[in-house]
Design a protein around this ligand. Structure first.
Ligand code: ADQ
Length: 464
């Protein structure tokens, strides 16, 4: 690739998936997702490049152009995939940054791989970025990149956004490589977090554990200033709304309702199958409501869909088995002869099917134990422009900071959660509509485009 890019995104994964046709020809499809949709217009406008892994270990793929911007694949070996991605990213950082809801594992070889891979990403970005370009690094897999990149290319404007929570000081300090991670992030001109509390956790750590001078949200790092602020991510609200109102989604919703036997009440859970999402607690709570007769299995169905995720990591395998067991037990005890009270699918679905499911759900149960933001909560709201529907939302999701009129729950408090679910089911329509109206307003005005514009606007302003 001869031309250099003025806007570079660096993320663990590329925004494209490889598809091989029957005749062997290779093509790349844009992977669905809000981030890609939001950043593509900026990419095209500014002559962009996306640096990331293409998803196949032990394979080199040459850079190419896709939809008007450059795709720059970074190779990973199988052992790097195991140690940098499954290991350090997903079995050390992920649980540690989510309040240690699972036990984080610390292995020195994993750290070594994390460092090597972060350096490779930084080098790839340094090579493709034009003089003075803006580079936006994404997420916990690449926290060392800002500093490594600044060392290579001090002319760049470097932004970083963390999609997951940033833990409180007491937990972060467990990390043997805590100092390197902090310095890695401080290489950026702007570090964005989902919520204000995460930015203050970070600043508090910088104050306690480094010698850099901190003043409000500024840190003086050598001759540059790093700022830490919150930028709550959102969704393509209008896109979801239109999809949910489309004839195809409406038809799909009706077919779904008929498959379910036209229940009076549909409860819905939609998650990646991850132990942070609070599935065990949620299923137990709903199971008890069925057991106690507070929900009638003849009238109420709980539909839970869970996308397969990180299936080679031990904790995730255990979770999958636990959920299968829990759902099976409840269904065998409380089901009639017709459909079971819990309809559970371990699968991913196309966006239109998601919109159909959101549409028919009278109550969405979004009850993570800890979540950076949680987009499902916002997608559900976007799909209820008619103001029907009710959102039960964990206090521990970043989204709870904005969606204050949801039915908020503490997912660790099973009895409390059961009462709130019942309230969401039984509240008079006016109360439900009042809440949904407020949620609609929030999600309607705070979209993913606004999120990207705010972050990039601030980055350009600060990094002059
Ligand atoms: P995730 O942990 O993946 O994201 P979330 O924000 O809920 O969590 O996003 C999940 C996405 O996957 C949603 O867009 C949802 O529609 C989709 N999805 C879930 N189950 C699905 C299924 N069965 N079929 C198809 N699609 C499904 C991380 C952080 C979050 C943060 C986001 C964005 O953990 O806290 O909100 O990044 O920053």
């Amino acid at each position: 690739m001869s031309e250099r890019a003025h806007f570079v995104v660096v993320a663990n994964r590329l925004p494209v998936d490889r598809v091989v046709a029957d005749d062997g020809t290779v093509d790349w499809n844009t992977s669905p997702g809000g981030l890609v949709t939001a950043l593509e217009p900026v990419m095209r406008r500014e002559g962009g490049a996306w640096v990331g892994w293409h998803g196949a270990p032990d394979e080199e793929v040459q850079p190419f152009t896709h939809d008007g911007y450059a795709i720059v694949p970074v190779p990973l070996s199988s052992s790097e995939f195991e140690e940098y991605y499954e290991g350090f990213s997903n079995a050390t950082l992920w649980p540690l940054f989510h309040d240690t809801v699972a036990f984080p594992e610390f292995h020195r070889e994993w750290w070594d791989a994390y460092l090597i891979v972060n350096r490779r990403f930084a080098e790839a970005a340094a090579e493709v970025a034009a003089e003075g370009a803006t580079v936006w690094v994404q997420d916990y897999q690449l926290q060392l990149v800002p500093r490594l990149l600044r060392e290579l290319r001090p002319d760049l404007k470097i932004g970083f956004f963390l999609h997951i929570p940033f833990p409180p000081v007491e937990l972060f300090l467990q990390l043997p490589w805590r100092r390197q991670i902090l310095e890695g992030l401080l290489g950026a001109d702007l570090v964005g977090f989902q919520v204000a509390g995460a930015a203050s956790n970070f600043l508090r750590l910088v104050r306690l554990r480094t010698e850099h001078k901190v003043e409000r949200h500024h840190v003086q790092v050598g001759d540059h200033v790093c700022r830490a602020k919150s930028y709550p991510i959102s969704i393509d609200t209008e896109g979801f709304r239109e999809l949910a109102e489309s004839p195809a989604a409406i038809a799909e919703a009706e077919a779904l309702l008929s498959d379910l036997g036209h229940p009076k009440v549909v409860l819905l859970g939609v998650d990646r199958l991850d132990y942070t999402k609070g599935l065990r607690q949620r299923i137990r709570a709903v199971g008890e409501l069925f057991a106690e007769g507070r929900l009638d299995p003849a009238e109420v169905v709980f539909m839970q869909v869970a996308t397969p995720s990180r299936e080679r990591v031990e904790e995730y395998r255990r979770l999958r088995d636990d959920i299968d067991l829990l759902v099976g037990r409840i269904n065998s005890e409380f089901g009639g002869v017709g459909r079971p009270p819990i309809v559970y699918r371990h699968a991913g679905f196309p966006r239109q099917t998601m919109a159909a499911m959101y549409r028919i759900a009278d109550v969405a149960l979004v009850t993570p134990l800890r979540d950076g933001m949680n987009l499902v909560a916002k997608e559900y709201v976007a799909c209820h422009p008619g103001l029907d529907g009710a959102l039960v939302l964990s206090e521990f999701a970043g989204a709870a900071r904005e969606l204050k009129q949801a039915y908020l729950v503490n997912p660790y408090d099973i009895n409390g959660m059961k009462d709130v679910v019942m309230r969401a089911v039984e509240d008079p329509p006016e109360e439900r509509r009042k809440r949904m109206r407020a949620l609609q307003k929030q999600v309607g005005t705070h979209t993913i485009d606004a999120w990207a514009d705010n972050f990039l606007g601030d980055l350009k302003h600060y990094a002059r």
